[in-house]
Design a protein around this ligand. Structure first.
Ligand code: ISE
Length: 339
């Protein structure tokens, strides 16, 4: 079977990372087309990849006959159009989050895919492929801990880009805990409340950081999350589930622990999500490539999960304004035939 020919749209940090991954670690795939709104950047990169061309229009890149499947690492605002083009051309697509930037367009994408009668869209919620999250999920599904009741999460970034505003902390960072909650508990989040503690003096003026999110789920489980994106320290993602018969925690960064003079004890914290979730990205892309080559196209979170995340984040952004709990507004999955 010949290699899957992938177009990577967007060659910023995530796109470039995926291109390097496909070139060095992924079996059965190669990058045949790259695209970026900075044309020269895509051209320079294409010149370094055997058999790869740069195509300046993203929609032409999707339609190109030399492309079997697409990775979208473009800005979220462009996703709706690009996803609809992938559906129109019947091309499987791995879309970095968000699915789209608002609830209505995310729902439209879900409906358009459902009308096709086959799944083509996977959303890049990579934590589902991390070995620690996978182990936690297996433990909960095995039932050895009894029913989960509460989850405590911490999500800390050393720094974020200058354009990050308070609502992006919800839509770009907290969104991962939204997906983790839905993944681990297999149920929807029904309400979100955002609590605003005193802001970090080192955060840019006007940025509400840290934020505390409280989710309630359909069966009444409680999840709290501290999201703090200007710690200045390192990248930390911790998750603790408290269940009827015990608790389980992941994300302790317990790699090598060193003791050395003068009386030091300790290890390393990952500097960013690229290192912390490197293995998860590798597994995610390899399994997606395998699924596309096998004709099943999706092996992980799909368009519905992207829509659900958008709906929860919209409630979160609303709550950030008022500080009050906001009910998540979602259509029922059963109301969309084939979703
Ligand atoms: C970034 O976009 C990611 O997706 C990271 O996983 C997350 O930790 C970070 O806060 C986001 O900005």
């Amino acid at each position: 079977m010949s290699d899957l020919r992938i177009a990577v749209l967007g060659v910023g940090m995530m796109g470039a990372d995926h291109i390097a991954r496909i070139g060095s670690k992924i079996a059965g795939a190669r990058v045949s087309v790259v695209n970026d709104y900075v044309t020269e950047k895509a051209e320079q990169l294409a010149a370094t990849i055997p058999g790869c061309r740069a195509i300046s229009d993203p929609l032409d890149a999707i339609a190109d006959p030399d492309v079997d499947a697409v990775i979208l690492a473009t800005p979220g605002t462009t996703h709706e159009k690009q996803l609809l083009a992938c559906l129109e051309h019947g091309k499987p697509v791995m879309c970095e989050k968000p699915l789209t930037t608002d609830v209505a367009t995310s729902l439209e994408v879900v409906k358009r895919e459902a009308e096709l009668g086959k799944r083509l869209i996977q959303v890049g919620f990579m934590r589902r492929f991390d070995v620690e999250y996978a182990a936690l999920k297996a433990l909960l599904d095995d039932g050895d801990l009894g029913r989960p009741l509460v989850m405590h999460c911490a999500h800390r970034n050393p720094t974020v880009p200058p354009h990050f505003d308070s609502s992006m902390i919800v839509k770009d960072s907290l969104v991962h805990e939204v997906d983790v909650t839905r993944f681990l508990f297999d149920e929807e989040i029904t309400s979100v409340q955002m609590v605003r503690p005193a802001a970090n003096p080192a955060a840019p003026e006007g940025l509400q950081d840290p934020q505390i999110a409280i989710f309630h789920t359909a069966t009444g489980k409680h999840v709290d999350v501290e999201v703090f994106v200007t710690t200045g320290v390192a990248y930390e993602v911790r998750t603790e589930v408290v269940a009827e018969l015990g608790s389980a925690m992941i994300g302790l960064d317990v790699g090598l622990l060193r003791k050395s003079a003068p009386g030091h004890w300790g290890g390393q914290i990952t500097p960013s999500f690229k290192e912390r979730f490197g293995q998860a990205y590798d597994t995610e892309i390899q399994r997606w490539v395998d699924a596309v080559r096998a004709g099943t196209n999706v092996d992980g979170p799909g368009a519905w999960d992207g829509y659900a995340a958008a709906a929860v984040c919209a409630a979160g952004v609303e709550s950030l304004e008022t500080g009050q709990p906001v009910t998540v507004e979602m259509v029922s999955r059963d109301s969309i035939k084939g979703a």
